[in-house]
Ligand binder design. Structure first.
Ligand SMILES: Cc1cc2nc3c(=O)[nH]c(=O)nc-3n(C[C@H](O)[C@H](O)[C@H](O)COP(=O)(O)O)c2cc1C
Length: 401
């Protein structure tokens, strides 16, 4: 395997000395290993020992004397931003909690906040059995897994505290095996450029009034973030949504639009460069025939508003796409869901369609099912959160050869 950049995080548990073995083995495998330690970890093993074994000065101080000037670098970011794989060994309950909570209160947890999207992340818990079984610790470990971290261990056996149970650090061999698996595997969407049309559209009557809908953009956000985590580059075309509903990842390009025509135009421009598209936007079927340039004055009389149909964006883009582009649409139905979604799939020439219901509008979860163009039977996913739905939807995109 070619040499990779590996950041080894050591937190302050009794098994910290076992991380020396991991570091030493990784270095023997010709990887570039950088160690970052918590303050507690330095009380178990002196940083000098890790420096000797890794061949690099150890990072443990957010405010080192030598980095008084910014030209000396940003120890809280470097080298996290260039890392291929991060392994936290051992992972204490405290550091797991910090990472799960998004804290950057020391150099190690701050480094975790700046790991690039493509970086593989592994944590190896080691602690007393009661600590490991504590509900908060379990919930934090689960949160890390949901965020794409792979957990190794802990194993059952005799613990340093004298108790017996789950809590032992996994063996060096096991940790190295998982590291090697993670470095060898290609991400499922690596090399793909994905177009996502997301959020509501606004069809303006005048500069301050529009026809819109309550789409939150949360499903599109979950799809874009998950796709980036799986290695895709994402072109994200979005109607107006709150800032915290926008996806965040260096591999996601955001293209803000307002109305359906603008969404179509932007999608069309991006179409030649993409290998897959997901149409999750709640596009207005109609727009006012005329948009006034100035605010419409209030009158006492009723007035007629003429609406004209918007183009069908997914059907149009699907007619114009490159032949191999895999496309998934969404159908939000209030009744006869399965038959209407099936009709939509066929009429628009989609490869798959996600059926959902109004319960998912503006919510973090919903009830979803999926129909592929190759089958006639819906796969029911039940009531799940949008992150899980995003994972299931993206798993339908064919992997690169
Ligand atoms: C002797 C001793 C052994 C410890 N062993 C562990 C351990 O194995 N796992 C753990 O999660 N915490 C252990 N702790 C507690 C952590 O050191 C403590 O929670 C600390 O704040 C962790 O800081 P860190 O996560 O920043 O490294 C131990 C504490 C002491 C004093």
């Amino acid at each position: 395997m070619s040499s990779k950049k590996i950041l080894v995080g050591v937190s302050g548990g009794i098994a910290a000395y076992k991380a020396l073995d991991v570091v030493s083995s990784l270095r023997k495998q010709q990887h570039q290993v950088q160690v970052v330690m918590t303050e507690a970890a330095t009380r178990f093993v002196h940083p000098r020992t890790f420096a000797a074994v890794s061949g690099q000065p150890v990072l443990h101080d957010m405010w080192p004397e030598h980095a008084k000037n910014l030209e000396d670098g940003y120890p809280h970011l470097y080298p996290a931003t260039e890392t291929d794989l991060f392994v936290l060994v051992p992972a204490t309950a405290n550091t797991i909690a910090k990472i799960a909570g998004g804290f950057g209160s020391d150099l190690l947890s701050t480094s975790c906040l700046s790991l690039p999207g493509k970086c593989r992340k592994i944590f190896c818990p080691s602690m007393n059995v009661e600590m490991w079984l504590n509900r908060t610790v379990q919930a934090n470990a689960e949160k890390l897994e949901q965020d794409g971290w792979r957990v190794v261990g802990p194993e059952s056996g005799h613990l340093a505290c004298g108790m017996t149970g789950e809590g032992r650090l996994s063996s060096t061999e096991r940790i190295l095996q998982v590291i090697s698996d993670e470095l060898g595997a290609t991400l499922p969407l690596q090399g793909k450029r994905l177009l996502i049309l997301s959020g509501p559209t606004r069809e303006h009557l005048d500069p301050v009034r529009f026809i819109g809908n309550p789409s939150s953009g949360l499903m599109g956000q979950a799809l874009a973030e998950e796709a980036a985590r799986l290695g895709a580059a994402v072109e994200f075309v979005t109607g107006p949504v709150p800032d915290d509903h926008l996806p965040r990842n260096a591999s996601i390009n955001i293209h803000p639009i307002k109305g359906a025509l603008e969404m179509l135009e932007t999608g069309r421009r991006l179409l030649p460069s993409i290998q897959a598209a997901i149409y999750v936007a709640a596009v207005s079927d109609y727009r006012p025939e005329k948009t006034l340039n100035q605010k419409m004055p209030k009158h006492e009389e009723a007035f007629d508003l003429k609406l004209v149909p918007n183009p069908d964006i997914s059907a149009t883009l699907n007619r114009e796409k490159n032949p191999g582009t895999y496309t998934i649409g969404f159908a939000l139905q209030t009744e006869n869901g399965e038959s209407l979604a099936t009709e939509k799939l066929k009429a628009k020439g989609l490869d798959g369609i996600v059926l959902n219901y109004p319960d998912s509008m503006g919510s973090a979860s919903g009830t979803f099912s999926f129909l592929s163009a190759e089958t006639t039977c819906f796969e029911s996913w039940g009531a799940i959160n949008k992150k899980n739905a995003a994972r299931k939807i993206l798993s339908k995109i064919p992997k690169p050869e």
